[in-house]
Design a protein around this ligand. Structure first.
Ligand code: CP
Length: 307
């Protein structure tokens, strides 16, 4: 039995297979309508979500399966003090696979150790969000035709933004990838990513504070929201939340073939006037998220690809 807790749980070859399956699903959706007819997905969300939970549910419904779950800790027995381990043991009796989001780092790993069914980490605190990374990889590959030899700008809350941490871990495995890390001092990338991932893999990167200066070099700009829920005091959040706002003027500095990604939800960091720009890819990214989660569910359940 396999889980998806971290993007590195899958080799580059396995990620390639997953993206290829997701791409086939995108182009032949009806072919996959019954491959999970007898399967049940549980969505265990202890933290708010729109895209991740609903895209998992939509993914399973598109595969012919069924879904159950909870969308907040308060509506589960966690509110009475039940542990993650006991919850997943219980859910293992009801479902074939589970996607779990939890505010504590490492909670998906704890769940996987007690689980009788595959566990997918749908976000654990400020740590990892591997299925967002799969979404990002499929989006980048579908838009540019490659995952190598590109400069990726990551902008905003690089300290608490778990999607950034997962994306860097996944992308350092492709040759010729460079990073421009655009953040205020207080929200710089954590040292375990800077030293243990970027430096350890000999990856070219620079840390800057100006988005405008970075724009002309980028093939992909990955904007992120300042993660209000992970701040210890509101004053710091208010001071930092609008540090970067991507607008039409800033977009003029970018390459014609650069793409803007964002895991969403956005708050103010991308002005809505950018949405009409053909380089704004964040709603396409949402669509790719469902296809890649369909591919992941099939892979973890060892469902055969239909002819
Ligand atoms: N990208 C993402 O994780 O969005 P949600 O928080 O809405 O699931």
């Amino acid at each position: 039995m396999r889980h998806m807790l971290n993007p590195l749980d899958f080799s580059v070859e396995e990620i390639d297979q997953l993206l290829s399956l997701a791409s086939d699903i995108e182009h032949n959706l009806p072919k996959y309508a019954h491959v999970c007819d007898d399967k049940i997905l549980a969505t265990l969300f202890y933290e708010p979500s729109t895209r991740t939970r609903l895209s998992f549910e939509s993914a399973m419904l598109h595969l012919g399966g069924r879904v159950l779950g909870f969308s907040s800790a308060n509506s589960s027995s966690a509110a009475k003090g039940e542990s993650v381990a006991d919850t997943i043991r219980t859910v293992s009796c009801y479902a074939d696979i589970a996607a779990m989001r939890h505010p504590k780092e490492g909670s998906a790993l704890v769940a996987s150790m007690a689980s009788q069914i595959p566990v997918i980490n749908a976000g654990d605190g400020g740590h990892q969000h591997p299925t967002q990374t799969l979404t990002d990889l499929l989006t980048i590959y579908s838009l540019t035709g490659r995952l190598d030899n590109m400069t990726i700008g990551l902008c905003g809350d690089l300290k608490f933004g778990r999607t950034v941490h997962s994306l860097i871990e996944a992308m350092v495995r492709y040759p010729g990838v460079k990073f421009v890390l655009i953040a205020p001092d207080e929200l710089r990338i954590p040292s375990y990513i800077r030293e243990d991932v970027l430096t350890a893999h000999n990856i070219e990167f620079k840390e800057v504070s100006s988005l405008n200066d970075a724009m002309p070099d980028l093939d992909i700009l990955y904007m992120t929201r300042v993660q209000k829920e992970r701040f210890f005091n509101e004053e710091d959040y208010i001071r930092l939340k609008d540090r970067y706002i991507l607008d039409k003027e800033t977009m003029k500095l970018a390459k014609e073939n650069m793409f803007v990604l964002h895991p969403l939800p956005r708050v103010n960091e991308i002005s809505t006037e950018v949405d009409a720009d053909p380089r704004a890819a964040y709603f396409k990214q949402v669509q790719y998220g469902m296809y890649v989660r369909m591919a992941l569910i099939m892979t973890l359940l060892e469902v055969e690809k239909p002819c």
